[in-house]
Structure formats: structure tokens, C-alpha cells
Ligand binder design. Structure first.
Ligand code: NAD
Ligand code: DAU
Length: 355
């Protein structure tokens, strides 16, 4: 019994695969387009594992997806593939519609055809798990209660609107065709293999290079942070025990302002890798122009997944962020590859102009 994982050369998908292969004998088949965010180096440690197969391609390529499904007959599909960066969705929304909306639609169509051809017992056991975000719910005021699974969708950026669209499509495929789907809506992740366009890895790498640490607006926007491996364990739990047609919010109850996050990173770096001049990395903090339409606050109420499936995060923000800083300090080769564009060169050499 194999499992098809899309977008697994990215940040969360690669963590999921590495974690999965530590305890499961089930083979994994990866489908990833290898956009700028897809990095085969994330999967280097399992690349030659006999349980691991990598296919470079687009979730929107129905023929390719159908072929993979028929060749590998997976019992589950976990869909991580998406354009994921809010800032990029503001400057170039088209790719977000293409991958997150149209791509998810084609993926669902191919999966529906495959699932329809399975014999009854396998069809009943099959799952399509769609990985989504808390951003579909919109923005909270300072005293609003956290997002629950019942909170109406109110996406504010092209990214979150494209994710909300895909969530609706997934829901409709269950309601209309009976496809056994599961959707997870998670808060902000951080941890190993996070691409340095996002706040935490960007600040870490800029700090070490002596560059400014850019904070949008006044730094008081709030995000609810979850260590990536906790997100992966939650997805595994939902896959194992979630009820088809249901959605599950995932979060760690770790609300922080952006300024608090950046100051925490500076404090850990001051201790673990002090600046040569002995001054604090805090001196590099720079307030810059705000993100257009910047959502004020996200907060996840994860009581449903805890109550129904018994999942809880293993890391606090304090333990997870420390592990993250140490990982970046100890994985300079990965950092150098990402920042030099060496991994893109590898991708082009390996896959030519398709990538
Ligand atoms: P990422 O940008 O690091 O990785 C995305 C991966 O998807 C890349 O490997 C990319 O090559 C691949 N991809 C993109 N378009 C594709 C396509 N059309 N076909 C096949 N592969 C494609 O993203 P991430 O941060 O790992 O996020 C993974 C998923 O989790 C996304 O769906 C995102 O919306 C969701 N999510 C992310 C967070 C977060 O904090 N990063 C939180 C909640 C949910
Ligand atoms: O909430 C889940 C979402 O979290 C995911 O769905 C997205 O895929 C993921 O990218 C993330 O979105 P954010 O926009 O919250 O993440 P980002 O790291 O881009 O920004 C975090 C906060 O930090 C946000 O309030 C904007 C701010 N920021 C970001 C950058 C890149 C800065 O202040 N300065 C920066 O340079």
C-alpha cells in the first residue's frame, strides 16, 4: 500500500515524508513540479530509499496523475502542492490560481476517476487529504475568539482566496461524488527546510549575514506558530482516524506578534552565535512598508482535533524555535545551496527546461 504525496519537495511536505519514512514501511510516491520553492535537497537523506519514488510534474497534469495513480495504486493522496507565499500572490496572483485552484481541480478529477475504479473495500479505505491554511478564515481583531471549523471563510489575499477555492472544491467532491476527503487548516509553521522568503528563515539568514531584519508595519501583527513536525504528526493522525468529509483545524496556541518572534530569534542567536562586535542582533531590526491588505491576527482553536482524534503538539514555541535556530546554524550547506541558487542549477540539470 503506497501513499501519493504532492508538493513534497517543499517545506512541510518534505518534513512529512522524512517523518513518515522513520516509522512506516508503506512506500511514498512524490509528485512535485519543482517550482522555485521545491528543493530536492530537502529529501536528500531518503532519495535512494527503496520505499521512495520521485516524479517531477504538475498536479494539474491529469494524464500524468492518472498514470501515477494506476502505476502505484496508492491508498491515500496527501496534497501539499501549492504556491504558498502571500507576498508573491500580491505581485503575481496568476500562478496561485493556476496551481492552487485549477491544479487542485485537475488533481481531484484524476483522483475521482481512480477512486471510482477501485474495488469496494479499497474504495472505502481510500483517503484524499487536502492540506490547507488558517488564512482562509480571514483576519481577527485583538479580542475575537480563535478560528473554529465553523468560522465562515473570509480570505483577504490572492493566496488565501486561492486556498479557500481549493477547500471548497475538495468539499464539493465529497458532497457530490462521495470522494472520501479530509481537509486540514493549519496555522503558521516553522522549522527545518523553511524557504528563506518567509519571516523566520529570512530573519535568521539576514541576521547572520549582518543584513537588516525587515518587519512590516509596526510589527504588531499576530500569527499563531506551530513547529512543522507537529503539523506533520497532526496530518498523519487525521489520515489515520479523521472522518471523511470533515475539516480539522491544527494549531499550537502560540500567538506572537511579529516583533516578539524576531526579538526571540535575536536573543537565541545572541546566545548561540554572537555577533563579532558583541552587540545584539536586535540592532539589525528595521521597520519597513507594510504588506498590502496585511491580515492583523490569526489564531486557531484546535480543540476538535484534540477532542476527537487525541492530537496535541509536542513542542512549545520556546522549544520549537530553539530547535529551528540550531538546525539553521548546523545546516550551513543546505542554507548555502538555497541562497546561492545551487539547488535550482541542480534542478535544471536534472530536469531540463520542464522545471
Ligand atoms: P512550499 O512553497 O514550501 O512548497 C510547495 C511545494 O509544492 C513545492 O515543492 C513546489 O514545487 C510544489 N508545487 C507548487 N505548485 C505545484 C504544482 N502545480 N504541482 C506540483 N507541485 C507543485 O509550501 P509549504 O509551506 O510547504 O506549504 C505546503 C502546503 O501547506 C501548502 O498547500 C500551503 O498552503 C499549506 N500550509 C502552509 C503553511 C505554512 O506555514 N507554510 C501553513 C498552513 C498550510
Ligand atoms: O497562516 C498560515 C500561512 O502562514 C500559510 O498558509 C502560508 O503559506 C505561509 O507563508 C504563512 O503566511 P504568512 O504571510 O503569515 O507568513 P510570512 O512568513 O510571509 O509572514 C509572517 C508574518 O511576518 C506576517 O505577518 C508578515 C510578516 N513579515 C513577513 C516577511 C516575509 C514581516 O514582517 N517581514 C517579512 O520580511
Amino acid at each position: 500500500m503506497s501513499i501519493l504525496i504532492t508538493g513534497a519537495a517543499g517545506f512541510i511536505g518534505s518534513n512529512f515524508v522524512l517523518q513518515w519514512l522513520t516509522h512506516s514501511q508503506e512506500p511514498v510516491v512524490i509528485l512535485d513540479k519543482l517550482t522555485y520553492a521545491g528543493n530536492p535537497a530537502n529529501l536528500q537523506s531518503v532519495w535512494k530509499d527503496p520505499r521512495f519514488t520521485f516524479v517531477q510534474g504538475d498536479i494539474g497534469d491529469s494524464q500524468l496523475v492518472a498514470q501515477i495513480l494506476n502505476d502505484h495504486t496508492p491508498l491515500a493522496v496527501v496534497n501539499f502542492a501549492a504556491e504558498s507565499h502571500v507576498d508573491r500572490s500580491i505581485t503575481g496572483p496568476a500562478a496561485f490560481i493556476e496551481s492552487n485552484v485549477v491544479g487542485t481541480f485537475h488533481l481531484l478529477e484524476a483522483v475521482r476517476a481512480y477512486w471510482g475504479g477501485l474495488e469496494a473495500e479499497r474504495a472505502a479505505a481510500f483517503r484524499f487529504l487536502h492540506v490547507s491554511t488558517d488564512e482562509v478564515y480571514g483576519s481577527l481583531g485583538p479580542c475575537d475568539p480563535a478560528f473554529t471549523e465553523e468560522t465562515p471563510f473570509q480570505p483577504n489575499s490572492p493566496y488565501s482566496a486561492s486556498k479557500a477555492s481549493s477547500d471548497h472544491l475538495v468539499r464539493a467532491y465529497h458532497h457530490t461524488y462521495g470522494l472520501p476527503v479530509l481537509t486540514t487548516n493549519c496555522s503558521n509553521n516553522y522549522g527545518p527546510f523553511h524557504f528563506p522568503e518567509k519571516l523566520i528563515p529570512l530573519v535568521l539568514l539576514n541576521a547572520l549575514k549582518g543584513k537588516p531584519l525587515p518587519i512590516y508595519g509596526d510589527g504588531s501583527n499576530v500569527r499563531d506558530w506551530l513547529f512543522v513536525r507537529d503539523h506533520c504528526s497532526a496530518i498523519e493522525r487525521v489520515l489515520e482516524a479523521g472522518k471523511p468529509g470533515e475539516t480539522y483545524n491544527i494549531g499550537g496556541c502560540n500567538e506572537k506578534t511579529n516583533l516578539q518572534v524576531v526579538e526571540t530569534l535575536c536573543a537565541i542567536l545572541d546566545e548561540r552565535s554572537p555577533r563579532p562586535d558583541g552587540r545584539s542582533y536586535r540592532e539589525q531590526i528595521t521597520f519597513v512598508k507594510d504588506r498590502p491588505g496585511h491580515d492583523r491576527r490569526y489564531a486557531i482553536d484546535a480543540s476538535k482535533i484534540e477532542r476527537e482524534l487525541g492530537w496535541k503538539p509536542a513542542e512549545t514555541f520556546e522549544s520549537g524555535i530553539r530547535k529551528t535556530v540550531v538546525w539553521y546554524l548546523e545546516n550551513q550547506e543546505w542554507v548555502a545551496g538555497v541562497t546561492s541558487g545551487a539547488y535550482r542549477e541542480w534542478v535544471e540539470k536534472q530536469y531540463g527546461s520542464q522545471a
